[in-house]
Design a protein around this ligand. Structure first.
Ligand code: ZN
Length: 178
């Protein structure tokens, strides 16, 4: 799984290196206490950080898609029926995604690289389908006050990030000292 490198410039963005659909869901932080797609400039920077340069970004599409992705994740986590409207929106965006191979030449050596056409929403919708149908469950972080989702790619993972794991340990420690 590709891990996103969190650069210093983007410390303000909630990037975990999760699949892009999970990162999208996490932009609605604390049930909307902080919406990282509210400001179009920040939303564009977020999309570029998660998906790379050069993709067409429609911020309104990203916000609508995020709502659908979060509803589908919630359904999967609770085992309830998936929302047909959310499913239709994800499928409509995913239909614009198109992967293609590029030939990459360095002197006399040739290799291939997968490139993508379709905008940011198409990529995120594709990621959503991959995550929902993938082998690993989606979980919510057990860190104090944290609402972040992650894909539990190994069985014992309980936290979105080491920071949440530390905070949970500190809280247990300070409670035990009271
Ligand atoms: Zn967390």
């Amino acid at each position: 799984m590709a891990r996103v490198t969190v650069t210093r410039m983007n410390e303000d963005l909630p990037l975990l290196g999760e699949p892009s659909a999970i990162e999208l869901a996490n932009t609605w932080y604390g049930e909307g206490a902080h919406d990282f797609l509210a400001d179009p400039e920040v939303a564009r920077r977020w999309a570029t950080c998660v998906l790379g340069e050069g993709l067409e970004i429609d911020v309104a599409d990203l916000r609508a898609l995020r709502g659908a992705v979060r509803r589908l994740i919630a359904s999967q986590m609770s085992g309830s029926a998936f929302d047909p409207a959310a499913t239709a929106l994800v499928n409509a965006h995913a239909a614009h995604a198109c992967a293609h191979l590029s030939l990459v030449i360095e002197g006399a050596s040739a290799s291939s690289r997968v490139g993508y056409r379709g905008g940011a929403a198409a990529r995120l919708a594709t990621s959503c389908i991959e995550v929902l149908t993938g082998p690993d469950p989606i979980r919510r972080c057990e860190g104090p006050g944290c609402t972040m989702f992650f894909v539990q790619d190994h069985g014992r993972r309980r936290f979105c990030h080491d920071g949440c794991s530390h905070r949970a340990r500190q809280r247990r420690y300070s409670r035990s000292r009271r």
